[in-house]
Design a protein around this ligand. Sequence first.
Ligand SMILES: [Zn+2]
Length: 77
Amino acid sequence: MLESIAIFMDYGQIKYLKIKGGIGVAKQMRCVICDYVYDETIGDPENGVAPGTVWENVPEDWVCPLCYVGKDQFEEI
Ligand SMILES: [Zn+2]
């Protein structure tokens, strides 16, 4: 699997997000119901969550795109 790095400006700070690696603050969150993984560097563009959106900034009414449970059913990988 390819690694990818996304760099985002946030109020003057540069945040580095990297998957499968050690840089920055990016997290992956897994749905405990269906194993869907939310990756902060990828987001969920089809449902209005832009790539680079950290988990805390995902809207509270966002639901798992596969099984439609809420954010409280996700655990950090
Ligand atoms: Zn799910």
